[in-house]
Design a binder for this molecule. Structure first.
Ligand code: ACM
Ligand code: ZN
Length: 454
């Protein structure tokens, strides 16, 4: 404030692995030395937090002499948002990226498609957005909900986020949670049903037909367009909640039965239908890998039996994290932890807090989010070979404005950011709680919505 401060920024591969940095404050000024550009950026984010000090004013008067040597514990630290259930305007996504980048999150995962809407322009299939991006109602909220992102919108978001070292990971669900696509192109489902867009939450029984070539042609064309928009090496394929009971949809379909015969699957009932899902995923994974050089991601489900090697699985179901982690270890796959018990940030933080109208979501207090250990007691080999990162999900059945999105995310996303970044031995709830006060005051001053209910 008083002298002529010097701020030196440089990259230096000797600093450490990806995203590592060293920050020093001394008589000669401030230096941020990053292993790469992201490391320099994270050093600056730490410096920014130091300058905000107590959070009561824009900038403190002095910094202590200090040295910080810092590096992330996990490679991928993401938040997931759901513009399918309720649309999130592009500008709001940009503001969301601004905030998450402060806490060193490095990916925003967009759930672009579900039973309620298709939100991304696909030039080859214009009916997707023309017919499936507008409806009235989400459960008991009877209001019009509409919008979609053009490919140019997404290119702008990708560039904007890249400037903050955040990558955009697109998700196109399959074979379930696809009613919006089937609404626009009925041939995608067994028997070409005419389906309305879904306005309720929950799970539909309608699935993509794995026995029809049109399904593969459609997905191939969709992923070719997406690959030209999203440079991320990852594509999320969903894969959740298609196993039970909906797989029954494939039992009587003639195309599915023919595929079963070709694959040598004898069962006439639904017992072996999961193998059709395995087949569908196998073909899509091959296309993504061979044609586009992408790493496919999925929500972990036990119906699926195996985790394809080289893919990334997401542990999300309550009580199934150990099974998912073991499956990743057994199959040489990578895993992202977002167990519902800790990481479903769309759940209320306290009984009676938002969302007040829901279908029995469990309460997830801040302290429980903080308690996540991404290694889940699986040992050092698991952490080194399998653990890719952490995710906080913000499903939007009950999130109807950008302010509410922020309110649900914070402060739990701060706890998750620390779980994904800092080594377990350096973390403590007491330390987090003390540091949290200053960050929340700063958020309040900046007008960033967050919940006081913790
Ligand atoms: C999920 O929450 N259905 C992944
Ligand atoms: Zn079928």
């Amino acid at each position: 404030r008083k002298g002529a401060p010097v701020l030196r920024l440089l990259t230096d591969s000797l600093v450490g692995a990806r995203e590592a940095y060293r920050l020093s404050v001394g008589a000669g000024g401030v230096e941020v030395r990053g292993a790469d550009a992201a490391g320099v950026f994270y050093g600056l984010m730490t410096l920014d937090q130091l300058l905000r000090a107590s959070g009561r004013q824009n900038c403190c008067d002095a910094l202590p002499v200090l040295r910080v040597a810092d590096a992330p514990r996990t490679q991928l630290r993401e938040l997931m948002v759901d513009p399918a259930r309720q649309f999130i305007p592009l500008e709001a996504l940009m503001r969301f990226v601004d905030e998450m980048a402060r806490y060193k999150f490095n990916a925003l995962h967009l759930h672009l498609v579900d039973d309620q809407a298709w939100r991304i322009e696909i030039k080859r299939y214009p009916r997707l957005t023309a017919e499936s991006s507008r409806r009235v109602g989400m459960d008991d909220m009877m209001r019009p909900i509409e919008g979609f992102y053009t490919q140019d919108d997404m290119r702008r978001l990708v560039a904007y986020a890249a400037g903050r070292h955040v990558e955009i990971i697109p998700e196109i669900e399959m074979p379930g949670h696809e009613v919006a696509a089937i609404h626009a192109y009925p041939r995608l489902a067994c028997g070409a049903p005419r389906l309305p867009l879904r306005t309720a939450s929950g799970v539909s029984n309608e699935l993509l037909c794995p026995g029809s070539e049109f399904t593969y042609e459609f997905l191939g064309n969709v992923f070719a367009e997406l690959a030209a928009v999203f440079p991320s090496r990852y594509v999320h394929l969903g894969g959740d909640e298609a196993g039970n009971p909906p797989l029954g949809a494939w039992t009587s379909c003639p195309d599915c039965r023919a595929l079963k015969r070709r694959l040598g699957i004898a069962a006439d009932d639904r017992a072996d239908n999961w193998r059709l899902q395995e087949h569908l995923f196998g073909r899509v994974i091959d296309t993504l890998r061979l044609r586009h050089g992408k790493v496919p991601m999925f929500w972990y489900e036990t119906d699926f039996r195996t985790v394809p090697a080289g893919c990334v699985t997401f542990a999300w179901r309550h009580g199934l994290t150990r099974a998912a982690a073991q499956a990743a270890a057994d199959n040489g796959a990578r895993i992202v932890l977002c167990p519902g018990e800790h990481c479903y940030l769309d759940y209320p933080m306290r009984a009676g807090d938002m969302p007040e109208v829901n279908w029995g979501m469990p309460v997830t207090p801040l302290r429980r989010t903080y308690a996540l250990d991404p290694a889940w007691d699986m040992g050092e080999d698991f952490e080194r070979d399998n653990l890719l990162g952490v995710s906080g999900t913000l499903w939007s059945e009950c999130i109807d404005t950008p302010e509410r999105l922020s309110y649900m995310a914070y402060p739990r996303a701060l706890a998750l950011a620390e779980a994904g970044w800092s080594p377990q031995a350096r973390r403590s709830w007491a330390g987090f709680e003390r540091r949290l006060r200053a960050v929340l005051l700063d958020m309040q001053r900046r007008g960033v919505a967050h919940s006081p209910a913790f």
